[in-house]
Design a protein. Structure first.
Length: 262
């Protein structure tokens, strides 16, 4: 009998210890079945749940494709090739220069289309001082001969590049307006944006070359207009000097006609 009671007491003690060890922290240490409410823990759980919900919605939106894209689609107008008339060979190579990237053809076409300087001009110009009207004309001609073929090449290069890039542009445009899952993942859309920016950069660089060409042509045009105005002023000064140095009086007149025009 003593042995039986001793074993039962040990069993009860062991079971009680097991219950205490497996009790959750939610119950009070001193009480029977009381639940402790922790506001801080509750607020933390609500915050975590809100964050998880936001992340879920974001991921859901990222993996869900957007198919209504055609409302943004525009038409790309290709730059057509130019065809310059060539009746007697005066514009030989001009069409090629304006449609392809060929600096040598541009130079040859420009020389064929412009007036050739007299072979004796070099000996005549050698006796002219710098800053004179003749050397200024020569400077304008030499500048135009340098800038204009370069502009022909720039135009031809731009036309050729547009044709070469047409396939890549159409491919990107097709994928941008594709509504399938294969092109609407987050990574794929980011790749399309990067490709679009790269194409935009190439287009801006090509147009920058054309802008530089326009600026060069404006410089030559300004040089010509500036020289024309200076020539006009020099002529006026020369006439006035001639009036003062030479008597332009009519017969039986002693005064000079200051309003006389040669």
């Amino acid at each position: 009998m003593k042995i039986t009671l001793t074993n039962r007491r040990k069993w009860l003690l062991g079971a009680g210890a097991a219950v205490l060890l497996t009790a959750t922290p939610s119950f009070a240490l001193f009480g029977f079945g009381d639940i402790v409410f922790d506001p801080t823990s509750y607020a933390s759980l609500v915050s975590q749940l809100t964050t998880l919900e936001s992340q879920y919605n974001m991921l859901k939106n990222n993996i869900t494709h957007f198919s209504a894209k055609q409302q943004w689609q525009t038409t790309l107008h290709a730059l057509e090739n130019v065809n310059v008339a060539n009746m007697f060979g005066e514009t030989a190579g001009m069409s090629i220069a304006l449609n392809t990237n060929s600096p040598s053809t541009s130079s040859t076409a420009w020389k064929a289309a412009t007036v050739t300087m007299n072979g004796s001009a070099s000996s005549y110009l050698a006796g002219q001082s710098l800053g004179s009207s003749r050397t200024s004309q020569l400077a304008m001609i030499e500048t135009a001969d340098s800038v204009s073929p370069d502009c022909l090449t720039a135009v031809g290069q731009y036309r050729a590049s547009r044709s070469q890039n047409n396939t890549a542009n159409n491919s990107l445009l097709s994928q941008q307006f594709d509504g399938s899952d294969s092109t609407n993942s987050e990574v794929q859309q980011l790749n399309l944006l990067n490709a679009s920016e790269a194409q935009r950069l190439s287009e801006m660089q090509s147009q920058g070359t054309l802008h530089a060409c326009l600026a060069s042509q404006m410089t030559v045009a300004n040089m010509e207009r500036r020289n024309a105005h200076v020539e006009d002023l020099n002529t006026a000064v020369f006439v006035q000097q001639q009036r003062s140095a030479n008597d332009t009086s009519a017969a039986n007149e002693s005064s000079t006609w200051q309003t006389y025009l040669p």
